[in-house]
Ligand binder design. Structure first.
Ligand code: FES
Length: 74
């Protein structure tokens, strides 16, 4: 299986989000979701991380990748 890592310095996936942290972890309580459907970023390029802001569209067009959000329904 070929794995393509083109993002961050050093070959990591995360190019810029919360790099000062040893590990980026977020917890969401499903019962506290504000909307019936919430999209969470999996491309590591969202300006509203951990929420998806659509940045994956630009990334996919630029790289030929096919990443998209995790949709969580309340
Ligand atoms: Fe990252 Fe949508 S912005 S998955």
């Amino acid at each position: 299986v070929a794995v393509r890592a083109e993002a961050g310095a050093g070959g990591g996936i995360n190019p810029a989000i919360r790099k000062e942290e040893d590990k980026v972890v977020d917890t969401v309580l499903i019962g506290e979701l504000a909307k019936p459907l919430t999209a969470y970023c999996r491309c590591w390029r969202s300006g509203t991380f951990p929420l998806c802001d659509g940045a994956h569209v630009k990334h996919n067009k630029a790289t030929g990748d096919n990443v998209g959000p995790l949709l969580v329904k309340k």
